[in-house]
Design a protein around this ligand. Structure first.
Ligand SMILES: Cc1cc2nc3c(=O)[nH]c(=O)nc-3n(C[C@H](O)[C@H](O)[C@H](O)COP(=O)(O)OP(=O)(O)OC[C@H]3O[C@@H](n4cnc5c(N)ncnc54)[C@H](O)[C@@H]3O)c2cc1C
Length: 397
């Protein structure tokens, strides 16, 4: 390793997994994790769909493909070893028109190229044995996918870090990072923290933390809120496990879907709308600094223009339960708006280029004395242990 003294900024799944992997590899290393909230894992890592993605959707050879395939296997093993509730229940990806059937065949090939096992193409008679209320022309069954309680993964990782001698310091927002000689001096509300090597895992704030450490990056983190409904208790029988649509390749998100939750119940969503604050969990939550940064970023305006139809559709769907339900009815026609009650939400950190293109893959920037994780959107929860392994390898380079 390049150092024996690491400070990790951000205690989501990526930061926690990184701290744990470093301590596993270098038991004598000094590892400190700084988290701005009063506890770890309070943002993306516990405001998500709770799905174990196994690498179906991602371009072969990309970080996402490699680290999801390796990551889901590592995560399932971690859950087994640490009594974390999970269920590898399989997922159904449904095509509801001829165009989608063609795209779903492409996904089948992609999943096979990524090394997934057990993928099966199914006609309606067959997929209805798995999900009796699903409708469509064809479906792909993905047996390696599942569901997990990520809150419990966060707890288990935090416990393991402390058992190995690592330190987690909460209420410690890093507001500035300066070089002094060959070490870093980080400003936090609890005072200065010195570090030899910093690893930025700050999720929704990762671009800011990167710039405050003196790096110039053209990437910006843009916040997209995902809103959920819950199926009322007496209608949860409409969904057994996971029912997903065939995604639109023009858009980075997977489309609203049905997810059985490990803690009980069934969620429908999430949609994807621009948030007016990096941690804007509600439509009315506005952070003037975040909003100004978003609105003065030319990339965002280009993105909104290039995807104007999709953005308008998502916005309208966010405002109207009936519209949201109509999209879901393509997958489960028996669903009625009355079956849905308002659920929670999460905010995705998605890196964007100045030309309006979304950064598709995970992004890591390694510089002297620091490594910045500048894009870790879905499936980074599933992949967190494999991402951490990748980071540790980078530290040895
Ligand atoms: C709606 C939604 C659904 C999703 N569904 C799935 C799914 O089903 N499966 C899946 O694999 N992935 C899913 N994802 C993606 C997944 O949740 C994220 O990719 C993953 O949790 C990212 O982890 P992280 O550690 O990078 O970020 P985070 O969990 O956001 O952690 C970053 C941490 O850094 C802290 N921090 C920020 N700035 C500072 C600072 N200056 N100083 C100190 N601390 C700081 C924050 O407080 C936070 O705790 C979903 C995401 C969303 C939003």
């Amino acid at each position: 390793m390049t150092s024996d003294n690491f400070t990790i900024i951000g205690g989501g799944l990526v930061g926690l997994a990184t701290a744990w992997r470093i301590l596993q590899r270098a038991p004598k290393a000094k590892v400190v994790l700084l988290e701005k909230e009063a506890g770890v894992g309070r943002h993306q890592s516990t405001h998500n769909s709770g799905v174990l993605h196994c690498g179906l959707h991602y371009r072969p050879g990309s970080y996402k493909a490699r680290l999801a395939v390796a990551g889901v296997r590592q995560m399932v093993q971690f859950c087994r070893e640490n009594d974390v509730p999970h269920d590898v229940c399989g997922k159904l990806v449904v095509a509801t028109d001829e165009g989608q059937v063609k795209r779903l065949r492409g996904l089948h090939e992609r999943g096979t190229a990524n090394g997934l096992t057990g993928l099966r193409w199914m006609e309606p008679m067959e997929f209805r044995k798995i999900e009796p209320h699903a409708a469509g022309l064809a479906a792909l069954h993905v047996p390696e996918e599942g569901i997990v309680n990520y809150e419990k993964v966060v707890e288990a990782l935090a416990r393991k870090i402390q058992e190995l001698g690592g330190t987690i310091v909460t209420d410690s927002k890093v507001t500035a990072s300066k070089r002094r000689g060959n070490e870093w001096v980080l400003d936090t509300p609890r005072g200065e923290v010195t570090a030899k090597f910093i690893i930025n895992c700050a999720g929704l704030h990762s671009d800011r933390v990167c710039r405050s450490a003196g790096e110039t990056t053209e990437l910006r983190t843009v916040a997209f809120r995902g809103e959920y409904y819950r199926l009322k208790a007496d209608r949860q029988g409409l969904v057994r496990n996971l029912i997903y649509p065939t995604p639109d390749p023009q858009f980075p998100f997977l489309g609203v879907h049905f997810t059985r939750l490990m803690r009980g119940g069934v969620e429908a969503g999430p949609n994807a709308v621009l948030a007016f604050a990096r941690e804007g969990y509600r439509f009315t939550q506005v952070n003037p600094r975040d909003l100004t940064e978003f609105l003065t970023f030319s990339g965002l305006w280009r993105f909104l223009w290039q995807h104007r139809k999709m953005c308008a559709f998502e916005f309208a769907q966010s405002l109207s339960k009936d519209r949201f339900c109509r999209t879901l009815q393509r997958l489960v026609p028996d669903l009625r708006p009355d079956d849905l009650e308002t659920g929670g939400s999460g905010v995705r950190a998605q890196a964007m280029m100045p030309d309006g293109k979304l950064v598709e893959d995970f992004n890591f920037v390694r510089v002297d004395g620091a490594l910045h994780v500048l894009n870790a959107p879905s499936p980074a929860a599933t992949s967190s242990l494999a991402i951490a392994e990748h980071i540790v390898t980078q530290l040895q380079a």
